[in-house]
Design a protein around this ligand. Sequence first.
Ligand code: GTP
Ligand code: MG
Length: 198
Amino acid sequence: MKIKSAEFVVSNSDVDKCPKSSLPEYAFIGRSNVGKSSLINMLTGRKNLAKTSGKPGKTQLINHFLINKNWHLVDLPGYGYARVSKSSKKTFQKFITQYFSYREQLVTAFVLVDIRHKPQPIDLEFMNWLGEHNIPFSIIFTKADKLKPKAIENHVTDYKIVMLEFWEEMPNYFITSSSKSIGKDDVLAYIAELNVQV
Ligand code: GTP
Ligand code: MG
């Protein structure tokens, strides 16, 4: 899929204030600093569309981007960021949970995990929560530029072993690097495929 246009629409912390249109949407979620906002920029080919930072906790709201005038990409705050205060962590969790529970336009979630790390309880718990709520998701492994091909393969194999303790099969997954533009075509082709089904 070619990205012809990518525009910021709105930021908010209330699922009721998200765009009312019925366009299909795709949300990026995962731990703080995993590379959600960078991935949105890589996929759209717009360097500064979503705000990124070396410090975790950059994205703090639900951000909608309109792509090719007919679907939305959604950048979300990360979960599991230790440095925000307990009360703001709760607020974050609340609106992220509400977003996933009530957003009917959501076609699928992309759960981002850093390819370098072993499966983390917080990610596994989040994926289980999505499963319990019947919310479809794919896994996106990020920062693949940081590992050699053999190590990537080993990490994915380890991930699959852990996932199969919880799931009957490994969810659909993608290996990506925003700095090297790896995985761009695969993720966009998948979204294009889903867009015609909705
Ligand atoms: P929050 O908004 O804080 O939840 O973080 P985020 O998940 O949106 O991460 P963000 O895209 O802001 O990236 C965090 C850091 O990781 C930045 O320093 C990025 O440059 C870096 N980063 C993101 N993607 C990649 C990648 O594919 N490769 C490498 N090497 N670094 C990356
Ligand atoms: Mg971000």
